[in-house]
Design a binder for this molecule. Structure first.
Ligand code: GTB
Length: 218
């Protein structure tokens, strides 16, 4: 059975590859695994059929060989554990890479998402400026810590791994913020990830969904 993902039928990011199906697409491209995509509308995501795959009514989901998974980090970990190429072979290095995968989604991502959501949902609130400054402070702290740890190394754990894939996916949410340029090491790190042919194939595939819609052919 071919691998099937779900992704937004109409992504609010307008083809910028910021929705989390991008991380799963990127992992599949790195591993050379073919996949199909089922596009879902916001309404369909809240229907029983999709809720059976994703209890929170979100994308992405993954289906293959009788296994249905949700949570982009868990999907990437599943793929990386079953196919060589996205996790180091040495057990200790592998454990460290997995720790970085968790760091991406549970330490770095939450303040970034909170910052992004506040910008989207609360720009007219009387507390917006004060709260935004506080949220930016939190993001800046994490970015500085991450940049310090990355130092002059290319990737988080030896060669490119699922840890970098998730971390870069998270950092890309800040692409239009002024916070990333304050950390040139992180800018260069993201650029290294985005230069990978697998990233570019994944990006083009999700972009094609937006373009087909924009041109009225989907
Ligand atoms: N922890 C889950 C995972 O990693 O899989 C989170 C999944 C999630 O947040 N999915 C979002 C979703 O389905 C899409 S990726 N939202 C619809 C809903 O909740 O009703 C998050 C996202 C959305 C939009 C942008 N954007 O426009 O830039 C970026 C990221």
């Amino acid at each position: 059975m071919p691998i099937t993902l779900t992704a937004f039928e109409a992504s609010p990011d307008r083809g910028r590859g910021l929705a989390r199906d991008m991380q799963v697409r990127w992992a599949l491209e790195e591993l050379g695994l073919p996949y199909d995509v089922r596009l879902v509308s916001f309404a369909a995501m809240k229907q029983r059929e999709h809720l059976a795959r994703q209890p929170f009514g979100q994308i992405p989901t993954y289906e293959a060989d009788g296994l249905v998974l949700f949570e982009s980090g868990a999907i990437v970990l599943h793929l990386a554990e079953r196919h060589p190429g996205l996790l180091p072979a040495d057990p200790n290095a592998r454990a460290r890479a997995i720790a970085w995968m968790f760091a991406a989604v549970s330490t770095i991502e939450p303040p970034i998402v909170e910052w992004a959501m506040a910008r989207m949902l609360e720009p007219d609130a009387p507390w917006f400026a004060t709260r935004q400054a506080m949220l930016e402070d939190r993001v800046r702290t994490r970015l500085a810590q991450l940049a310090a740890r990355l130092g002059d190394t290319e990737w988080l754990e030896g060669t490119f791994s699922a840890a970098d894939l998730l971390m870069i996916g998270v950092l890309r949410r800040l692409a239009r913020s002024t916070m990333l340029p304050e950390q040139p090491r992180l800018l260069a790190y993201i650029a290294r990830g985005e230069a990978r042919p697998a990233f570019q194939r994944a990006f083009a595939a999700q972009r094609a969904v937006f373009e087909a819609r924009a041109s009225g052919s989907a």
